[in-house]
Design a protein around this ligand. Structure first.
Ligand code: FAD
Ligand code: NAP
Length: 532
């Protein structure tokens, strides 16, 4: 066997990492503090220390064709958006079929990772793990940190004057499991992310009144997109990504805002983001507008202060007789087992090359997998990140120089602020990012070549969903089933919804869409040429 790699965490990032290490002939050991795989997707009825915690009603907001391991499609009868239990079932099947479980040490906490004294020469790390109260120290050649970033709650109590005198009960969304305890109560949810809106909608059926307070608003999208297809199968395409990046920003911003407002006018629901053109992660919630129309959820601005029983909002209005406050205010990430300066090497900000490698490290033997956030799904992103990291560890890929990596980080930081605004996570544009990673390992699909050699496939790759299979279509790590998986992705999408067969199954018409978009662009160009 090759070099020894320690993998911290057996969620989807950890599982992807084990598999990619094996593909490169490395020797992985995965440490998992809990007694199971799946990480966040392993549901428990109480929050466990150091592990992400979800509520009972969570469904994915990425669809199954877009969030699979790229050589492991979901069974065709799986629903497009899955309950967490269904996703966990898939994750377990993947781990079993790929024979990954034997590399995992369960109920083993990694408490410390430190560079060995010989690091400058060997790049090795000392990993201290704890099981049944016993500590063990082991030397590894490389580290993959896969410990998740939805673990440590951001509970901004200091931002809310008067909270200390509030006599009701408050909690973070991490500790919310189901609505039973809120029956007949008046509940204030702070934060309009996916957690806040999911929880508010669920509570609205049992609670007397639910109010969401949002400081900057959010776009709310339906999972059910144009013509009833899953949103990401239609929105996350290479062609759409090309248009978004090629159009002048005022046109692309205008189109974005227009698209986001087609389902309903966000101004009328109080949801409108303060900066609507920022590509901040939207909320995916099919029911929120309807709950607002029914009056069981109301939207309010930020809380100015709390009294013993009520919240006073910034517009001077008051929500009285509050029983509970749920802070759905997101997460901070932390790596308590690692010296902070390794990941936050500048201005206390995460400074990682492509969101993976600390650029100032003397030896490239540490990678963070799963920290970036995009409109694409976590599983294929982790798979590609892990493939690249494993190749770097195996010396079959090299990283650029420190200066080149720092320049790239600075350039990306500028773009990130322009597109996504200030945010805790490493937000990135999915397809651009995946193609960048793919280029490092020779797995980026060669579209012109595909158009010459396999036009049917090329059309689906370029105009259809940028599904994970695309990144195992060619180059090292190629999966022979990728072509077929891409050409049959719409069959698997439609299968679970077409339980009663009436007429022929429909799929999107790429050519028709192309014509529509081209004629719209020509029209825009004509208007622009006329007036400027
Ligand atoms: C409610 C919710 C819904 C989401 N829905 C989607 C979705 O629809 N689509 C999507 O793509 N993404 C979604 N996400 C994002 C989600 O983070 C990813 O899907 C994915 O699960 C992250 O996997 P991970 O392996 O990186 O981290 P995790 O799943 O958090 O796994 C980390 C693992 O590391 C272990 N660990 C941590 N520290 C240690 C240690 N010191 N020693 C040993 N083990 C350790 C933990 O026990 C855990 O098992 C959602 C997130 C949330 C919070
Ligand atoms: N169904 C699903 O698939 C699902 C469900 C839940 C979560 N998730 C995922 O899990 C991740 C975490 O989601 P999340 O909703 O828990 O967190 P989040 O997306 O980070 O949203 C946090 C919300 O809290 C607000 N907030 C933060 N600090 C605040 C403060 N000091 N004062 C007032 N408001 C504050 C934010 O406002 P600003 O916007 O102004 O910063 C934002 O609206 C996301 O990636 C999400 O997609 C998915």
């Amino acid at each position: 066997m090759g070099k020894r790699v320690a993998i911290i965490g057996a969620g989807v990032s950890g599982l992807a990492s084990i598999r990619c290490c094996l593909e490169e002939g490395l020797e992985p050991t995965c440490f998992e503090r809990s007694n199971d795989i799946g990480g966040l997707w392993k549901f428990l009825d109480h929050a466990e220390e150091g592990r992400a915690s979800i509520y009972q009603s969570v469904f994915t907001n990425s669809s199954k064709e877009m969030m699979c391991f790229p050589d492991f499609p979901y069974p065709d009868d799986y629903p497009n958006y899955m309950h967490h239990s269904k996703l966990q079932e898939y994750i377990k099947t993947f781990a079993q079929k790929k024979n990954l479980l034997r590399y995992i040490q369960f109920e083993t906490l990694v408490s410390s990772i430190k560079k060995c004294p010989s690091f400058l020469v060997t790049g090795q790390w000392e990993v201290v793990s704890e099981k049944d109260g016993k500590q063990e120290s082991t030397i590894f050649d490389a580290i993959m940190i896969c410990s998740g970033h939805h673990v440590y709650p951001n509970l901004p109590t200091d931002s809310f004057p008067g909270l200390h005198q509030f006599q009701g009960h408050y909690l973070h969304s991490r500790d919310y499991k189901d609505p039973d305890a809120f029956k007949g109560k008046r509940v204030l949810v702070i934060g309009l992310g996916n957690s806040g809106s999911d929880i508010a909608v669920e509570l609205s059926r049992l609670a007397t009144q639910v109010v969401i307070s949002t400081r900057s608003g959010s776009w709310v999208m339906s999972r059910v997109w144009d013509n009833g297809y899953p949103w990401d199968m239609v929105y996350v395409t290479r062609f759409a990504s090309f248009l978004r990046n090629a159009l002048p920003s005022f046109v692309s911003d205008w189109l974005y805002v227009k698209k986001m407002n087609t389902w309903f006018k966000h101004e009328n629901f109080g949801l409108m983001p303060l900066n609507g053109s920022l590509r901040k992660e939207p909320v995916f919630n099919d029911e929120l507008p309807s709950r607002i129309l029914c009056g069981t959820v109301s939207i309010k601005p930020n809380v100015k202060e709390f009294t013993e029983t009520s919240a006073v909002f910034e517009d001077g209005t008051v929500f009285e007789a509050i029983d509970s406050i749920i802070f759905a205010t997101g997460y901070d990430y932390a790596y308590p087992f690692l010296d902070d300066s390794i990941i936050k090497s500048r201005n206390n900000e995460v400074t990682l090359f492509k969101g993976i490698f600390p650029p100032l490290m003397e030896k490239p033997t540490l990678a963070v997998i799963g920290l970036v956030q995009s409109l694409g799904a976590a599983i294929p992103t982790a798979d590609l990140q892990a493939r690249w990291a494993a190749k770097v560890f195996a010396n079959s890929c090299t990283l650029p120089t420190t200066n080149e990596m720092m320049d790239d980080i600075d350039e990306k930081m500028g773009k990130k602020l322009k597109w996504f605004g200030q945010s805790q996570t490493l937000q990135t544009d999915y397809i651009t990012y995946m193609d960048e990673l793919g280029s490092f390992i020779g797995a980026k699909p060669n579209i012109p070549w595909l158009f010459l050699t396999d036009p049917q496939l090329a059309l689906e790759v370029y105009f259809g969903p940028c599904s994970p299979y695309q990144f195992r279509l060619m180059g090292p790590g190629k999966w022979d089933g990728a072509r077929n998986a891409i050409l049959t992705q719409w069959d698997r999408t439609v299968k679970p919804t077409r339980m009663r067969a009436v007429g022929k199954a429909q799929r999107p018409q790429h050519f028709y869409n192309l014509l529509r978009i081209l004629s719209f662009s020509v029209l825009l160009l004509a208007v622009w040429l006329t007036f400027y």
